[in-house]
Design a protein around this ligand. Structure first.
Ligand SMILES: Nc1nc2c([nH]c(=O)n2[C@H]2C[C@H](O)[C@@H](COP(=O)(O)OP(=O)(O)OP(=O)(O)O)O2)c(=O)[nH]1
Ligand SMILES: [Mg+2]
Length: 143
């Protein structure tokens, strides 16, 4: 008998939302559930027929009540946790209108790229944070 199982695979659109002060929005997941209490970049599952951009825009309105513009892709990460595989497609986004509300999370915060290391994120996020640091360095080099 074959007893091996494939972990569920979630395809997720993720937003790195910038404000005019070069800060990024992060949220704290509710306690208890999967990765409860950890910080993350807001986002969620891509629904059938949806582009990643549409998914991100919808999730951000549902989770935070704000309007954003979805820009270029920062990175796509495929990561396998013990019981779950995730594909995270991460886009740079810009806040257009509204004040973020913690509608589906515990807490939201605006932080600089340098401040990200003070928060605990899921394992898959270390690559996102590394990519954000590289973008910051390139901006410095470009002047
Ligand atoms: N939104 C988001 N999800 C992340 C990040 N890093 C990371 O590993 N994930 C994982 C956690 C979740 O398993 C999955 C996001 O799925 P989700 O938000 O639709 O689902 P969930 O687990 O919160 O809850 P549910 O809707 O399945 O009940 O991706 C991140 O930075 N942002
Ligand atoms: Mg979510």
């Amino acid at each position: 008998m074959n007893t091996t199982t494939t972990p569920p695979h979630k395809i997720i659109g993720v937003a790195v939302i910038w404000n005019d002060q070069q800060q990024i929005l992060i949220d704290r997941r509710r306690p208890g559930g999967v990765m409860g209490g950890l910080w993350e970049f807001p986002g969620g599952k891509i629904e059938p027929g949806e582009t990643v951009e549409q998914c991100i825009q919808r999730e951000i309105y549902e989770e935070l009540g704000i309007f954003i513009e979805v820009g270029e892709c920062l990175i796509t990460i495929d990561h396998t946790y013990t019981h779950l595989r995730v594909t995270l497609t991460v886009h740079h986004c810009r806040l257009l209108k509204g004040i973020p509300q913690p509608l589906e999370c515990d807490e939201v915060r605006w932080v600089t790229v340098d401040e990200l290391e003070d928060f605990t994120f899921p394992e898959a996020n270390s690559e996102i944070i590394a990519a954000l640091k590289r973008v910051g360095e390139m901006r410095t080099v470009d002047g």
